[in-house]
Design a protein. Structure first.
Length: 201
């Protein structure tokens, strides 16, 4: 008698859950937030508000610690099965966030988002964190395609996608409303076989 198939062969089976924490390298890890992290998270957002506002559309929605508490609580209560985010900690210090902005379990694809504080930018932290999370999604969650969408003129974030070996698949006109104007978006992607080939090369 054949053994029962699990996900993804059986799409009705429960899919795997993203890890609560992942070690990126010695001194660098990504960890799912808990409510006690809310104040620390709000402080880093507030201190970098002007810097982050250039490319992130949600700053006006985060105006208090309570807003961060509500987000963390919604994740802990599993209100959204298709989104999760992690705190990026370098030697225990919160330096930014990386997220699975969406997970399309039916098509086995996912989108990455990220930001770090201004003082922590340019150190390769985001690239390393993205690489570790992509490994997890391909190897452990059995997903197939990774996507990063970034504003065309956001060159540091485009450099992250390109540094990961993702290909530019196209540009979406007026993809996002950013406070008072539209921004065009570059779409980068890589599949699991391509990622494996890069790592073996």
């Amino acid at each position: 008698m054949p053994e029962p198939m699990g996900w993804p062969e059986d799409p009705d089976s429960p899919h795997p859950e993203p890890a609560k924490s992942l070690l990126v390298e010695d001194g660098l890890e990504i960890i799912s937030p808990v409510e006690k992290d809310a104040e620390e998270l709000f402080i880093i957002v507030d201190e970098n508000r002007s810097y982050l506002r250039e490319w992130l559309p949600w700053l006006d929605d985060v105006t208090s610690v309570d807003d961060e508490v509500a987000l963390i609580r919604s994740l802990s209560e599993k209100k959204d099965d298709n989104f999760c985010f992690y705190l990026i900690r370098q030697f225990g210090v919160l330096v930014g966030v990386i997220s699975l902005n969406w997970i399309d379990w039916s098509n086995r694809s996912f989108g990455l988002g990220y930001w770090v504080s201004q003082s922590s930018s340019g150190q390769g932290i985001v690239t390393k964190a993205c690489s570790r999370l992509i490994d997890h999604c391909f190897d452990d969650l059995m997903l197939h395609r990774s996507v990063i969408e970034v504003a065309v003129e956001n060159y540091p974030s485009r450099k992250v996608a390109e540094g990961l070996g993702m290909r530019l698949e196209g540009v979406s006109k007026d993809r996002e409303w950013l406070y008072d104007h539209y921004t065009d978006s570059s779409l980068y992607a890589i599949t699991a076989p391509e990622w494996k080939s890069l790592s073996q090369g």
